[in-house]
Design a protein around this ligand. Structure first.
Ligand SMILES: Cc1cc2nc3c(=O)[nH]c(=O)nc-3n(C[C@H](O)[C@H](O)[C@H](O)COP(=O)(O)OP(=O)(O)OC[C@H]3O[C@@H](n4cnc5c(N)ncnc54)[C@H](O)[C@@H]3O)c2cc1C
Length: 219
């Protein structure tokens, strides 16, 4: 697959999902990618760049990324202020947080995300609608269950640590302890490193072999 380096892409717009989380939409410019991959992005001419998972699906003629503004963050704050027509610099796509073609129609998947770690799973789920999966999403409040209506009924489980009105009250790790995983399941984890370590330990205790565990650490 071709990787672009220092290529200028045009911003179509920024859509705000919460006060601090937003989707940046770019022209796709025919870019080929595998769902689960990420792009390295910065403002045009700015040496600071960061990785962002592709949020949009293979079918879309645009590229979306889902971004959380980090307090005192150098790049995420700048991306939030982008306007339609602005230029940004993109390298990519990169990464191996992807699923194998032969597994798409034969395996059962468990996706575990914290916060914007849901990004690659949104791209995977929408690109492969036939996929047999459950998506467990750890956030604090209901307003962070980003676009949960995009997933078929029963596939999305919001684990809300500070809000009673979700599919589950508690952390993703609490959900996993109460809902043991079939060891044959292919488990993909994305987001905060502490969540990933804790969830790995639980999944291993439940008999999931390390070969079935895949992780993408954001920070
Ligand atoms: C492969 C990969 C894919 C990624 N995909 C996404 C994505 O799709 N969406 C997304 O929002 N981020 C994603 N990230 C994180 C992203 O690359 C940046 O680290 C993040 O946007 C902060 O960059 P910044 O320049 O604003 O902050 P910086 O100035 O780089 O960092 C400021 C501080 O914030 C911490 N930090 C970084 N991310 C977070 C966070 N989410 N919450 C709290 N603290 C944080 C850093 O550890 C650092 O201490 C990804 C990271 C990797 C490695």
């Amino acid at each position: 697959m071709e990787v672009t380096i220092n290529t200028i892409f045009t911003v179509q717009g920024v859509r705000h999902l919460t006060d601090s989380t937003y989707i940046v939409r770019l022209d796709r410019k025919g870019m080929m990618f595998v769902p689960g991959q990420n792009l390295n992005i910065g403002l045009a001419g700015d040496p600071e760049k960061r990785d962002y998972s592709i949020y949009s699906s293979l079918e879309d003629n645009f590229l979306d990324i889902l971004v959380k503004e980090v307090d005192d963050g150098l790049v995420s704050k700048k991306l939030k202020k982008l306007k339609p027509g602005d230029s940004i610099e993109v390298d990519g796509p990169f990464g191996f947080f992807t699923i194998k073609d032969e597994d798409i129609s034969t395996k059962k998947f468990l996706f575990i995300a914290s916060g914007t770690g849901i990004g690659p799973f949104h791209s995977i789920a929408l690109s492969y609608p036939e996929l047999n999966y459950k998506l467990i999403h750890g956030v604090r409040n209901r307003n962070e269950t980003y676009e949960k209506d995009h997933y078929p009924a029963g596939c999305y489980i919001g684990c809300l640590s500070k809000d009673k009105k979700g599919e589950f009250r508690g952390r993703v790790t609490d959900y996993l302890r109460q809902n043991p995983v079939d060891p044959d399941t292919l488990c993909y984890l994305c987001g905060n490193v502490n969540m990933i370590y804790d969830a790995f330990d639980i999944l291993k205790e439940q008999g999931v072999p390390s070969g079935n565990l895949h992780a993408e650490v954001y920070f």
